[in-house]
Design a protein around this ligand. Structure first.
Ligand SMILES: [Zn+2]
Length: 121
């Protein structure tokens, strides 16, 4: 359940942004989460709702987009999605190039965990 600490960090940045913009209320929060973070969007939403009680973000809607992992392989110059990764119980799954099997690949997407924008009023 690493969702709790991450949700807390996300909520802090949302509330911080709301404060900087003198927002009375946060109506919508757009978040991007890479599939490799193993975060569960439904769990996150639930935690947001719980921890936002009494803050300007109380009652906000959460739009969570899950980003498909993409890799880039220097060995065979493959660029694209991975075919398979083990169901994630840990943060660093073994990721291999689906074309040549190289495991030393660059992950170009899939580890995001950020607030893209918020709607305030
Ligand atoms: Zn490759």
């Amino acid at each position: 359940m690493h969702e709790i600490s991450i949700a807390g960090a996300i909520m802090d940045s949302v509330l911080d942004a709301a404060k900087k913009n003198n927002a009375k209320k946060v109506s919508e929060v757009f978040i991007e989460i890479g599939e490799l973070t193993a975060l569960n969007p439904e769990q996150l939403k639930f935690i947001f709702k719980t921890i936002s009680a009494g803050t300007p973000a109380e009652g906000a809607r959460y739009d969570i987009r899950v980003i498909t992992p993409l890799i880039s392989c220097e060995k065979c110059s493959y660029n694209g999605p991975i075919e398979f990764f083990e169901k994630l119980h840990f943060l660093l799954p073994v990721i291999k190039c689906p074309r040549c099997g190289e495991s030393d690949v660059d992950i170009i997407a899939g580890r995001e965990c950020c607030v893209k924008k918020i709607k305030i009023s």
